[in-house]
Design a protein around this ligand. Sequence first.
Ligand code: SAH
Length: 352
Amino acid sequence: MDRIPDLQSLSKPELADLFSSLGQPAYRAKQVFSAFARGASIGEITTLPKPLRERLSSDYPDATPTIDRKQVSKLDGTAKYLLRLNDGNAVEAVLMKYEHGTTVCISSQVGCAMGCAFCASTIGGKVRNLTAGEMLGEVAAVGRDAGERIDGIVLMGIGEPLDNYDAVLRFLRLANDPDGLGIGYRHISLSTCGVVPKIYDLAKEDLPITLSISLHASTDERRSRIMPVNRRWGLDELLTACRAYFEATGRRISFEYTLIAGENDTPDEAKRLASLLKNYLPDHPLHVNLIRLNEVKETGFRTPDGDSARRFADLLNRLSVTATVRRRLGSDVDAACGQLRRKNAPGGEGNP
Ligand code: SAH
């Protein structure tokens, strides 16, 4: 069932229409829009007259989440947040500091329907989509808590963004508005497990965001085993869509490859991966982000050691596919998507 739209999901022109219908001056739209981007809830916007604030608070759900828990990595300062939504559901967001700026990784759904075998977010399935306002609220609440200007966003938290397409697209446009978060599209990455029709739709939107494809295997047999989405849209369809996306947008696509010990980390797999990518994307600047699996107890999969991950990367590089092993930011703070939410669910180990 669709939820009542929240005010944080509205664009400035939509807020202007709303305030005009309430007999309020036009400047309220920008005032409220900017306050949401700073992480304010409706009740906190004290520049609004009190009766108006009370009316809005009772008519609309508040999409700005509250911070339930925060774990800061002692290793690298990465902060992982458990955020509570207004209906009691929780999602995760992560604040990461890089030399070139501060990025927030956000969730797009409560849970996930995609069923990837190694992932904690999908255990228990999808509960619901987030609204655009809730995604904006994640970025704003984390930025406010950290006292940092947010320079970039990655949609790599809980959920499959292309399975919540309309709200995600609305969110991207809200996040880009200079009166709000003002985040350039080039500083936004969207990661997908491969919902092929939506990759074609995204190519038509003309947004210069970075698309990231979670590949994780180089044969249909293996990919279908660990990623059920591959049974619907196989590697041929996925990589053909990637080529079309690249041709339409000129934007580079990066590939995520989670290394799982004894599953997809063999030299043969690296060789097949290199020829697959070069075959489908011969003119594309290829980049593969290798991620050593964050172990999720329930799945039984194991992470390879650092040496074998480096060997996998070296082999790809020798085959002229640029590959880097991603630093495991926040590996001491349950940084694998969905781990913190699960631990804090009723019956989870953080919440016995
Ligand atoms: N649904 C989107 C985005 C969410 S996950 C997608 O599939 O791309 C972001 C990335 O983390 C994906 O590449 C996902 O496959 C990977 N991932 C999920 N669980 C992981 C784990 N336990 N260890 C390492 N990477 C994981």
